[in-house]
Design a protein around this ligand. Structure first.
Ligand code: NAD
Length: 493
């Protein structure tokens, strides 16, 4: 069975303990590879390699760093199909989604930050007649990047690319639930000629390898994407050590639909924003608020469109809904559907686990004979009749479960939308320009999409407010995060 390896000091290596964890294929429920169960010794080796590489990497001309990052981007693009298939097998997501969204976005992340490296600039301030101040932005040193399982290579590269572009050396940990593309990516870094130690990838559990990164005294900053509870723990550990923190955490995003919207576009996009990646995108709109005059029509049309989604083999091009990432997550999502029923929710569609075990899996490379789809599938689920303040509508489910609720006024829907502890993203559908701006101004979220969803421009600030995190990724903001400002004041003679 394939044993994934750590990438430390430019080499692929075993974990010091020689212990491994099972890596499951969510579509079949089978163990198909093994993950290093790394501990603080592996993290320490990675930190030492990164410290050694830092003086050369940080002083390298930005143009040379640009060339290396562009080579990495080109290699990801060359292997797009292979990586998309690997992502699908590892995560359960439809391969078509990985091929059109996840892997192309990893290509773009490297391209974007390769070029940002050569355009990054700092300020100068004249103190009139007396002095000139200029700001140096110096790379922090060794930084930690920790990412989740829902968009594995996409979010892993979203952190690593700016850290490397800024001149930092990195110790990174992908999720232990989806380690495969990070492993394949480490091989591409070697092929691209990334100097040894500049990037180190340590695989393993969050509570062991992840915690060792957070607490390591030589790691100057942590860029983390994951759950709010983990973010809280990281913030508590890192604060007394004065580490810089960027935290991208959970969400419970509202999708607000006014009667005057472009109906067809809203409907098509709402199917996507509800159920893409089995609802496992932090930006999915899980609370759908619909203005009363179109509530019944929306309900009928939405149910019809969602019923047409095909749940099935993630490697089959016609599949819309793949497998949920793990058994534990499947159980969590199903438990929330039970909770919704207890809270008085009416299940309009779905609500059940899907048994596809009579169907064969497309993957000829599967380790078991005649593989069956015995993994973790759930029907896309639509629920109504729940108050805005019940647990189902307040807590993050992070699965293919949405609630729909009618509303009458802007004031009312704003109070529903803003009632949660989270504030990551929101969507507003209206053709009324003034209302769109009014809502955008008053909604409590870091990102507001008007008449669209997941339309991304990598230059824009990305991140949440309230318990959805702190700091912003994207654009030059990320390069500022990975650098320390130093003001130099030169007196005129
Ligand atoms: P998680 O918090 O369980 O794990 C995320 C990463 O942190 C993993 O690599 C994990 O191994 C590591 N980790 C866990 N405990 C740790 C610890 N004590 N110290 C250091 N590292 C630790 O989250 P998840 O279940 O992988 O991801 C789902 C969550 O991520 C959801 O809440 C989702 O909303 C959120 N998310 C947020 C964004 C965003 O941009 N805001 C994007 C994607 C996902």
């Amino acid at each position: 069975m394939l044993k994934i390896e750590n990438y430390i000091g430019g080499n692929l290596v075993k974990p010091v303990s020689d212990n491994y964890l099972d890596n499951f294929n969510p579509a079949t429920g089978e163990v198909y590879s093994l993950i290093p169960d790394s501990d603080e010794r592996d993290v320490q080796a990675a930190v030492e390699a990164a410290k050694k590489a830092f003086p050369v990497w940080s002083k390298m001309p930005a143009e040379t760093r640009h060339d290396i990052l562009m080579r990495i981007s080109a290699l990801i693009e060359r292997d797009l199909d292979f990586l998309a298939e690997a992502e699908s097998i590892d995560n359960g997501k439809p391969k078509t989604l990985a091929k059109t969204v996840d892997i192309p976005r990893a290509v773009s992340n490297f391209k974007f930050y390769a070029t940002a490296a050569i355009h990054f600039a700092s300020e100068a301030h004249e103190t009139t007649g007396q002095a000139i101040n200029y700001t140096l932005r110096q790379p922090l040193g060794v930084v930690g990047c920790i990412s989740p399982w829902n968009l594995p290579l996409y979010l892993f590269s979203w952190k690593i690319a700016p850290a490397l572009a800024a001149g930092c050396c990195v110790v990174a940990k992908p999720s232990e639930i989806t380690p495969m593309t990070a492993y394949l990516f480490s091989k591409l870094c070697i092929e691209a000629g990334l100097p040894g130690g500049v990037l180190n990838i340590v695989h393993g559990l969050g509570t062991r390898a992840g915690a060792a990164i957070v607490t390591n005294k030589d790691i100057k900053a942590i860029s983390f994407t994951g759950g709010t509870a983990t973010g809280e723990w990281i913030a508590r550990e890192a604060a007394p050590k004065f580490k810089k923190l960027s935290l991208e955490l959970g969400g419970k995003n509202p999708n607000i639909i006014f009667a005057d919207c472009n109906y067809e576009e809203m409907l098509t996009t709402t199917v996507r924003s509800s159920f893409s990646n089995q609802g496992q995108i932090c930006l999915c709109g899980s609370r759908i608020f619909v203005e009363r005059p179109i509530y019944e029509k929306f309900k009928t049309d939405f149910i019809e469109k969602v019923s047409a989604l095909k749940i099935g083999d993630p490697l089959d091009d016609s599949t819309n809904i793949g497998a949920v990432v793990s058994r534990q997550h499947l159980e969590k999502v199903l438990s929330y559907i039970e909770l919704a029923k207890e809270e008085g929710g009416k299940i309009l569609l779905g609500g059940n686990r899907v048994d596809l075990s009579d169907n064969s899996y497309n993957n000829p490379k599967s380790k078991i004979q005649n593989p069956k789809l015995s993994g973790w599938f759930i029907e896309p689920t639509i629920i109504e009749n729940l108050p805005f303040d019940c647990r189902t509508n307040q807590e993050e489910i992070f699965g293919a479960v949405v609630t729909i609720q009618p509303f009458d006024t802007e004031e009312e829907v704003l109070s529903y939308a803003n009632s949660v502890r989270y504030g990551l993203s929101s969507t507003v559908w209206t053709e009324n320009l003034s209302r769109a701006h009014r809502m955008a101004e008053r909604i409590e979220s870091g990102i507001v999409w008007i008449n669209c969803w997941l339309l991304r421009d990598l230059r824009t600030p990305f991140g949440g407010i309230k318990d959805s995190g702190m700091g912003r990724e994207g654009g030059f903001e990320a390069l500022r995060f990975f650098t320390e400002e130093k003001n130099v004041c030169v007196k005129f003679s």
